[in-house]
Write a protein that binds this ligand. Sequence first.
Ligand code: HEC
Ligand code: HEC
Length: 271
Amino acid sequence: MGQISPLRWLGLSAAALSAFIVTSLPSHGEDAGNLYNTAVDIRLGQRYFERQCSRCHGFDAKGNDETGAPDLTGRLNRASSDAGIFNIIREGVPGTAMLPVDSEVPDATVWQLVSYIGSLRYDPASVELAGDADSGARLFNGAADCSSCHMIEGEGGRMGPDLSRVGENSTPDDLMTALVNPDADVDPRWWQLRVTDREGSVRQGFRMNEDSFSLRIMDDNAELWSYPKNRIANYDRIETSTMPSYDGRLTESELDDLVAYLFSLRREVQQ
Ligand code: HEC
Ligand code: HEC
């Protein structure tokens, strides 16, 4: 997102005024680096996070659909450097629920939060996986037929989430759990509704929308159906996954290959 730098905002040249910026905006994070990144700092950052941030971002920092606060354990949308994260915490994201931290909170605490958030990020290069990503890709599109439900880079079905970037916010353990125990963590987007109308006919599909007056579902053929709530007899919400468990259907080494493939699915990281 474009952000107006304080320099541009003042209409002044960077060269002439860098000294001014440093002295007058001491709490604007610069790329000088984070000096508060020891194990103790991370722990203090975590403690502060659990008290002040977890109500929106979740205790595990994995985000919360209800508050709209994003997952902070993967690649962030708005910041790619420590200084950028510092500035988000200090200044908030205007027009969203992400408010600036209290101005009395010292910079050291904000840097400790940055260190804590940094500690949650997985460096994919440092992860050793048992499986083989190329074999996983072949299984995905072939014998295991995952692509009938999942899209990757525009190819595949719509009966499950787009997995083009699933490696960014998932650990290999999360991915294995998704394969062997899909019911463990189903995003409300993938819940289903079973609707019985006044004539007694029943239709089931993904819960696309549910408010006080109406329901909208998408059935197996990707067709959308809308029901005014006053026209239906009743409906049930199904919070289990429509994805089958692959525990026992695929061998352990096939599962490892799929995990290696899924974990490799991410945007190219430019650094
Ligand atoms: C009242 C709810 C709320 C609280 C409390 C909150 N946040 Fe946020 N946070 C949000 C929302 C909503 C966004 C997404 C803003 C946007 O980009 O639209 C966000 C975004 C962020 C981002 C940017 C994420 C990205 O992908 O770029 C960071 C970093 C962040 N918050 C850290 C924190 C920290 C650290 C705290 C505690 C000091 C905190 N937040 C407290 C709601 C909250
Ligand atoms: C019948 C359709 C269907 C098939 C077939 C299917 N999935 Fe899924 N999958 C889903 C749905 C729906 C979800 C979302 C609900 C959930 O989390 O279980 C999902 C979730 C996932 C997730 C978690 C995504 C996330 O964002 O956390 C992964 C990973 C995944 N599937 C991988 C696979 C792989 C690999 C295969 C093939 C071995 C496969 N799926 C086969 C429907 C399917």
